[in-house]
Ligand binder design. Structure first.
Ligand code: NAD
Length: 484
């Protein structure tokens, strides 16, 4: 229990088209990671709430599936526009509940709005096909139809865009959605529900609930109403939900963790590589699934790269996300701060050298702040190199040549994103082909964009979001044959 600010907002649930105040329901406190104060509460959904959400999704299912694509498109676009109209409020909610700098929160809301806009377009492009049969009197068609009601679960690190990817794509495809955002950062998802309501989307098509995650997934996935499950989250939760999907054979899309490697080749543009790696590494205080988290630098340039990287990292301003000078906000929770401290202590205990950071900023007693940290001489067996760090820590290691680089980068069970910096076309092409990940960036570590698929291989997930793949995930294929 932490101090409650006077302006703390009590989020209601959005169930079956109605806003439900906490009433007799228990409440979960939402904390500002920059101050440790409680800035909001969210009600714990009851079994009855979940059953009403399921019944509403079931009731909305066939009407929405039959609604013509142009109408669905217009409503999804209107929801995006309604979100854009409250962009400043949503961005402020994100800073208050999650901690990222205001500029990053604004960019995230912009990305969420673009996501609605993109899927509004894609709603009209879910084409089927006709197939020439081998009988002259047979007509073969292949249709894409909505899969049915979706249960969606989203993490705390991108509270607006991860719900937007699921909600916009599912609605555009013709599916109702029950969304469970992270209880640590629920506000943006409720703003999104307000936007959908304001846009005039049919009531009951979207419900947003919070509570006890395992109870919510247990109740929703045990229902045959739910035909599709979409999670953005960690590998262990992905495994749990996938096992639950087995009962009713719901198809999961799982966007899970990552441990992205960067290969910096000796021929790279050093200034650009340092700048782009530092920006991507410390965005959202390192709490980004696509963030580079293992830096392999060719030995010929290891020393200048490390020096410049550490200088840039040490110069970043750490502070409250509402302060315009802030470049790196607090970690999202005491849990994340403890994990970061543990990873650094473990690496240093195994002989790593701290080039900068490695501590909470002096004088900041409140909040979960941690300095951007750069380490060299890291033992590859360090926890930092093995588990997904999700922290503002950059370990720098050496390598020589493409073959060794690819071997080191791929030596992880994760396969979400990897990166390489080089000016050599052959190296670039072979790195693109040889890196085992759903996303590869060459000379960039900022790749996420709505028009291209985001997906993980190996243990980083199943299926894709964004791009045309992101809407197809909410469809099933029907083959029809008409005999004349
Ligand atoms: P998490 O797996 O702990 O939680 C994700 C969501 O699942 C939350 O809403 C959480 O409440 C819910 N959840 C937890 N247990 C559940 C259960 N038993 N049943 C149903 N829901 C449950 O992840 P997190 O800590 O919120 O987010 C960080 C993780 O998300 C990292 O691993 C990160 O890499 C990953 N992530 C991946 C992507 C991607 O696109 N691949 C994007 C952002 C974050």
């Amino acid at each position: 229990m932490s101090a409650v600010t006077a302006s703390a907002r009590d989020w209601p649930l959005f169930v079956a088209g109605a806003w439900e105040e906490a009433g007799p329901r228990e409440r979960i406190e939402v904390e500002n990671p920059a101050t440790g104060e409680t800035v909001a509460t969210v009600p714990v959904a009851t079994a009855a709430d979940l059953d009403r959400a399921l019944a509403a999704a079931e009731a909305a299912r066939s009407t929405w599936a039959r609604t013509d694509a142009w109408t669905r498109s217009a409503l999804v676009r209107a929801a995006g526009a309604a979100l854009a109209r409250r962009a400043e409020e949503v961005a402020a909610t994100i800073v208050r509940e999650q901690g990222k700098p205001l500029a990053e929160a604004r960019a995230e809301v912009g990305y969420a709005v673009e996501t609605f806009d993109w899927y509004a377009d894609e709603a009209r492009r879910l084409y089927g096909r006709t197939v020439p049969g081998h009988r002259g009197d047979a007509r073969l068609t292949v249709l894409r139809e909505p899969v049915g009601p979706v249960a969606a679960f989203t993490p705390w690190n991108f509270p607006a865009v991860t719900p937007a990817r699921k909600v916009a794509a599912a609605l555009a495809a013709g599916c109702p959605v029950i969304l469970k955002p992270s209880e640590e950062t629920p506000g943006a998802a409720f703003h999104l529900a307000e936007a959908c309501e304001e846009a005039g989307l049919p009531l009951g098509l979207l419900s947003v609930v919070c509570g006890v995650p395992a109870e919510i997934s247990g109740r929703l996935l045990a229902s045959p109403t739910i035909r599709k499950v979409s999670l953005t989250g960690s590998v262990p939760v992905g495994r749990t939900l996938m096992a639950q999907c087995a009962e009713h054979l719901q198809v999961p899309t799982l966007e899970l963790g990552g441990h992205a490697a960067v290969l910096v080749f000796a021929d790279a543009d050093l200034d650009a590589a340092v700048e782009r790696c530092v920006t991507a590494k410390f965005r959202n205080a390192g709490q980004v699934c696509l963030a580079p988290s293992r830096f392999y630098v060719e030995r010929a340039i290891a020393e200048p790269f490390a020096r410049r990287f550490a200088e840039r990292a040490a110069a970043l301003t750490v502070g409250d996300g509402f302060d315009p000078a802030t470049e790196v906000g607090p970690l999202a929770s005491a849990r994340r701060l403890e994990a970061t401290e543990r990873l650094v202590a473990d690496a240093v205990g195994r002989g790593a050298e701290l080039l900068c950071g490695g501590r909470r900023p002096p004088g900041r007693e409140r909040g979960w702040f941690y300095e951007p940290t750069v380490l060299t001489g890291v033992d590859p067996a360090s926890a930092l190199m093995v588990e997904e760090p999700f922290a503002p820590i950059a370990p720098l290691l050496g390598f020589d040549g493409l073959e060794e680089g690819l071997r080191l980068a791929n030596a992880t069970p994760y396969g979400l994103a990897h990166y390489a910096f080089t000016r050599d076309l052959r190296t670039a092409q072979l790195a693109l082909e040889g890196l085992e990940a759903g996303v590869v960036g060459i000379n960039t570590c900022l790749t996420s964009t709505v028009e291209a698929p985001l997906s993980g291989v190996k243990q980083s997930g199943i299926g894709a979001e964004n791009g045309v793949e992101g809407i197809e995930a909410y469809t099933v294929v029907k083959y029809g044959q008409v005999q004349l």
